[in-house]
Design a protein around this ligand. Structure first.
Ligand code: GTP
Length: 407
């Protein structure tokens, strides 16, 4: 009992604002329990009504009474029970209705037997214990329903027993010697079954909860593994993922541009202002790049003070990328973050751009290489400027030629 009350305590915990774990348990297992309840009740009803023939054979003096009570009283209430199963009420209520029906069947059986004068009834009366087995083991309702139903049937059986023809104290004791162990043992079986199914359900709930937490953690970790912790931008891993996504996509190769941004004289910045100020400077640069880019662009921290933008647009990415690169450079220039060791006196960036068609990952690497070359050209030409790779100019010319040929 202690174990069961512990599980009931767990079940009474709120599952959400409106229902308890027990309601959830009933809802979750409603269909499964109802299915088994219907099947068991169907078979038991068949047995019960077939036993009219046994009554006719063993206690023929009350066969009419048996027929009338079984079919006139238990029959309609069985139909009502099956109609009740269809109603939108909790499975616990349906199980309780089935237990009440079982008790009614037992009481009617007692009423039939009480009026017979056949001495054979004393042997037949042992069959009454079957009602207890039904209420505990066969129908397996929740323990408290089973307990109350069993006590009621037990009381009805051992009250009626005194009115049977030929029943003596000796017979009652004999009957009890079978009836008490059968009742106790079948109640114990029901108790174990109820406790076990509650335990399994609670265990499943906690496993489900752990699974949800694990999935959530995995999502968070996955997200973290794709983000640069300093700037909050995507990292190289995210870039690689995006590239595989793009190249896996079926259809014609898409046109795109790569923009690489590198902070000028950043080593000198670090040496002059310290590493922590260097970090702040990188965050500010990242913020400026973010505001210049569109929602389709993938901005990634490519290296220490190097950023890469994957600019994907269906409309002339080459021209757009150049404008985007200029916008990024201009915004960072406008931030006017002090950088004393340089001629300009504030933080600037150099930018390399390359655009072209992307049909596989290696082609994107080619675009990156050319953008990187353009970036170093910008550095060589004096920094704080945008340079476009000759490769992308070549690609654009080829595209133009292809378009003209088609026309
Ligand atoms: N504060 C800070 N510094 C970094 C980080 N990652 C890389 N760096 C520094 O960035 C500097 C990059 O310096 P270099 O590659 O020599 O280039 P540069 O000084 O910017 O010179 P140019 O690129 O030629 O203009 C190095 O001093 C790195 O230590 C970072 O996360 N935080």
């Amino acid at each position: 009992m202690h174990r069961l009350s512990y599980y009931y305590q767990q079940l009474s915990q709120p599952a959400d604002e409106t229902s308890s774990v027990r309601d959830q348990y009933d809802r979750d297992r409603h269909d499964e329990r109802l299915h088994s309840l219907k099947r068991v009740c169907g078979w038991l009803a068949l047995f019960y009504f077939t036993y009219t023939l046994v009554d006719i054979y063993l206690i023929p003096d009350v066969s009419m009474r048996s027929f009338a009570l079984r079919f006139g009283l238990v029959g309609p209430s069985t139909l009502l029970l099956f109609a009740y199963f269809k109603r939108p009420v909790s499975i616990r209520r349906k199980e309780l209705a089935a237990v009440c029906q079982g008790c009614l069947g037992a009481l009617v059986w007692c009423m039939i037997l009480i009026s017979t004068q056949t001495p054979d009834v004393l042997n037949y009366y042992y069959a009454g214990l079957v009602f207890i087995l039904v209420l505990t083991i066969v129908a397996t309702p929740p323990f408290e329903q089973s307990l109350y139903g069993t006590l009621l049937v037990f009381a009805a059986l051992y009250t009626t027993i005194w009115f049977l023809p030929g029943a003596t104290m000796h017979y009652v004791l004999l009957h009890l010697s079978v009836g008490i162990p059968v009742t106790l043992l079948s109640l114990m079986a029901n108790y174990r079954f109820s406790a076990e199914s509650l335990r399994l359900y609670l265990e499943k709930l906690s496993v489900d909860q752990l699974r949800r937490e694990l999935a959530q953690r995995n999502r968070e970790l996955e997200k973290l593994s794709l983000i640069d912790p300093l700037t909050g931008l995507a990292n190289r891993r995210a870039l690689t993922n995006r590239i595989s996504q793009l190249t896996d996509q079926a259809g014609a190769p898409s046109e795109m541009a790569v923009v690489i941004i590198d902070v000028d004289h950043f080593k000198a910045f670090n040496d002059f202002y310290g590493h922590s100020e260097g970090d702040n400077c990188l965050c500010a640069v990242a913020g400026a790049i973010r505001t210049a880019c569109g929602t389709n662009d993938l901005i990634c921290r490519y290296g220490g003070e190097e950023f890469l933008v994957l600019h994907i647009t269906p409309f002339s990415p080459a021209a757009n990328a150049r404008a985007l690169a200029e916008s990024i450079r201009g915004r960072i220039d406008c931030l006017a973050m002090p950088h004393q060791p340089t001629q300009k006196g504030h933080v600037t960036v150099s930018v390399g751009v390359c655009s072209g068609l992307l049909s596989d990952a290696s082609q994107l690497n080619t675009l990156i290489e050319h953008a990187d070359e353009a970036l170093y050209q910008a550095k060589r030409k004096g920094r704080n400027r945008v340079e476009e790779s000759a490769y992308s100019i070549l690609m654009t010319t080829q595209n133009l030629r292809a378009a003209t040929c088609k026309e």
